[in-house]
Ligand binder design. Structure first.
Ligand SMILES: Cc1cc2nc3c(=O)[nH]c(=O)nc-3n(C[C@H](O)[C@H](O)[C@H](O)COP(=O)(O)OP(=O)(O)OC[C@H]3O[C@@H](n4cnc5c(N)ncnc54)[C@H](O)[C@@H]3O)c2cc1C
Length: 308
């Protein structure tokens, strides 16, 4: 039986693993990969201790640090958690590969995944013009017209990534004003090849073997129009990976795990959560790590009182 199972392989899980190993808590990490969401970033400039680091190097550094502790107190299982059930002495965790593990406590650090539009053409043309990472894929759209969907920071940052490559960029947003930071908005508004289209909802992604356009609805004029584009970047937010504990812990309306922000404990004793899977207001690498460390210190106290 494990004392702790950490679910995830991003910054929160890595920070937690380093602290749990140093506290000699018998820990298993279950994750399909060691890569946080910012693995796709070319340059991260706010990871404390590095003036500039790529997302890939950041993930590799975190993984190396975690792996340096593998031994009697820390093991890694490359798998995905699909279910968690409560038993008398703790929990049973079941994975996608059909394995199960017993544990006294759990730290959920499974982050979040991209929200999808849920419109015709999105799945069929995924990877065939429908794209999810401007930083990674912008050069593939050199000299063609593209649409970026989403008026938050992620959407506008995608526009900034694309503007050096794409011929024209339509920024589509369903509301009447953009949500991104003012500074980012100013940078986007200064670009000559960007057209901002507000109050407009995407309805269908068009194309046979590759994206050829997007049909959308202008909600103010109540008129449909088609933008002929070859690329569609979807940046409409993310959803927490918390379904496997949905019957055990309190979650908010969007599925984020509600935690006590002093200790990161969930509503069910024995389960903690940290990082983007929680209802923390600001989703950042450094915050995820810090919150995960708070969780480990709290789990250490809990294990002393209940299981040691
Ligand atoms: C494009 C982009 C750029 C960003 N740039 C920055 C930046 O410059 N600076 C900054 O501070 N923040 C940045 N962020 C935000 C930052 O990446 C997140 O706040 C951070 O990654 C959250 O870390 P996390 O460990 O909570 O979750 P995640 O990074 O989402 O990691 C979750 C981990 O859990 C694993 N997992 C998921 N489901 C399961 C499951 N069922 N079982 C087991 N494992 C599972 C995943 O494989 C992954 O390893 C960026 C985000 C994006 C999308």
């Amino acid at each position: 039986m494990q004392e702790l199972i950490i679910i995830g392989g991003g910054p929160a899980a890595a920070g937690a693993a380093v602290y749990s190993a140093r506290k000699k808590i018998k820990t298993l990490i279950i994750t399909p990969e060691f890569a946080g969401q910012s693995v796709v970033s070319n340059e991260i400039g706010n990871w404390i201790g590095s003036k500039s680091i790529s997302g890939l190097d950041l993930s590799k550094n975190l993984e190396d640090h975690v792996r340096s502790f593998v031994g009697p107190d820390l093991a890694i299982e490359e798998d995905k958690v699909v279910a968690v059930s409560k038993v008398e002495k703790g929990f049973i965790i079941t994975t996608e590969k059909g394995k199960s593990f017993d544990t006294h406590t759990i730290l959920v650090a499974s982050g979040s995944r991209r929200k999808r539009l849920g419109i015709p053409g999105e799945d069929r043309l995924d990877g065939k013009g429908v794209a999810w990472c401007a930083t990674c894929d912008a050069p593939l759209f050199s000299g063609v017209d593209v649409v970026v969907i989403g008026g938050g920071n992620a959407g506008l940052e995608s526009v900034l990534d694309l503007h050096a490559y794409a011929k024209k960029i339509y920024l589509l947003h369903r509301r009447d004003n953009l949500k991104a930071d003012e500074v980012t908005q100013e940078k986007v508004r200064a670009l000559s090849n960007v057209e901002i289209i507000l109050n407009t909802e995407p309805k269908e992604i068009l194309g046979d073997n590759f994206v050829s356009g997007i049909r959308c609805l202008d909600k103010v004029a109540n008129e449909e129009k088609t933008l002929p584009v070859s690329g569609i970047f979807i940046e409409i937010g993310s959803l927490p990976n918390s379904d496997f504990v949905k019957d055990l812990v309190e979650r908010n309306v969007i599925g984020e795990i509600v935690v006590d922000h002093k200790t990161q404990s969930s509503s069910l004793p024995g389960i903690w959560a940290a990082g983007d899977v929680t209802d923390v207001l600001y989703k950042q690498n450094n915050i995820s790590v810090g919150d995960a460390i708070k969780a480990i210190l709290s789990i250490f106290d809990y294990l002393h009182h209940h299981h040691r």
